[in-house]
Ligand binder design. Structure first.
Ligand SMILES: Cc1cc2nc3c(=O)[nH]c(=O)nc-3n(C[C@H](O)[C@H](O)[C@H](O)COP(=O)(O)OP(=O)(O)OC[C@H]3O[C@@H](n4cnc5c(N)ncnc54)[C@H](O)[C@@H]3O)c2cc1C
Length: 267
């Protein structure tokens, strides 16, 4: 196995241009599980931890190499709350937002925030230059993203007009070190507009447009309106049965989290 350790974005792009099939390594908390337990044997690995351009977090940009530990104090409450729920201190010290996007698991805890706020994913390659994809152009299926050979994720670009009313929650089989059975991030703007995105209840993070439209039209939602919001969210998700949960429980949990996050945002 050949390991390349670029020290700048230029060097990383050169390494990828020379080895378009290379495997990218950030914190390794997903990749090394595949290497150690699932027999994955990459021929060429490009290790990104020494690339300073991927570590930036400013002006609405979060570099792909920013760890969950750093994100726990990010200025976006929805993302900071999600970061606090990821794995353990060791996983948060190594794992990155870029790795979450690279893996593109429906259970990736950073992804509902990106979907709720309408983030763009910035990618780059030597051949194609830089491009920005809307989150739903980037995340195209379970563990599938639209990264091209030779491309890497630079980071995410967030809208600059986000409100502070951002809430994240997840449901799992226990309280800590747990992969989500259902998760959600809700953002409420000063004019009452609500955006919600849910994880682990569809092939990619999902928005719930009917629920969003219903609750956004109501400037002062009553408890009954919040309950109806939860009911609509539960209708709109597309969960499956798997080893972590039944689809029916996921649907129920999605509705409950949605209602509770709305209540938190209204408090
Ligand atoms: C014990 C344990 C608990 C966990 N708990 C959680 C949890 O609670 N919530 C959660 O969401 N996840 C969890 N995970 C999964 C994992 O920690 C996260 O998905 C993490 O964000 C991965 O980041 P990483 O930097 O370690 O990625 P890596 O393992 O380095 O890479 C993951 C994938 O992304 C690609 N990649 C990495 N960086 C880039 C880049 N810049 N451009 C293009 N591709 C890139 C890699 O090639 C690889 O395919 C857990 C994992 C473990 C082992």
């Amino acid at each position: 196995m050949q390991i390349l350790r670029p020290r700048s974005l230029d060097e990383a792009l050169d390494a990828l241009a020379a080895h378009p099939g290379a495997t990218l390594l950030a914190g390794g908390t997903d990749l090394m599980v595949q290497v150690n337990y699932q027999g994955r044997r990459p021929e060429v690995v490009v290790a990104l931890r020494r690339v300073p351009e991927l570590l930036q977090m400013e002006d609405g940009f979060v570099g792909a190499g920013v760890t969950w530990s750093r994100l726990t104090s990010a200025p976006w409450p929805g993302l900071a709350q999600a970061a606090r729920t990821v794995g353990s201190p060791q996983i948060r010290a190594m794992g990155t937002l870029g790795g979450n996007l690279g893996t593109a698991s429906p259970a990736g805890d950073g992804l509902p925030f990106l979907a709720a706020v309408g983030a763009g994913v910035e990618v780059a390659s030597r051949a194609g230059g830089r491009r920005t994809l809307a989150w739903d152009q980037f995340l195209v299926g379970p563990k599938r993203n639209s990264l091209q050979p030779g491309e890497l994720i630079l980071g995410v670009r967030l809208p600059t007009d986000l409100p502070q009313r951002q809430e994240f929650a997840k449901v799992g089989a226990r309280n800590a070190m747990v992969i989500s059975i259902a998760s959600a991030c809700l953002v409420r703007f000063a004019d009452g507009a609500v955006r919600i995105a849910l994880g682990s209840v569809g092939p990619t993070p999902l928005r719930a447009p009917r629920a969003e439209a219903m609750i956004s039209a109501d400037k002062h939602p009553s408890p009954a309106a919040a309950a109806e919001f939860g009911r609509l969210v539960a209708e709109e998700v597309r969960p499956i049965d798997d080893h972590r949960s039944t689809a029916a429980y996921r649907r129920h949990a999605a509705g409950v989290i949605a209602r509770r996050l709305l209540e938190r945002a209204l408090a």
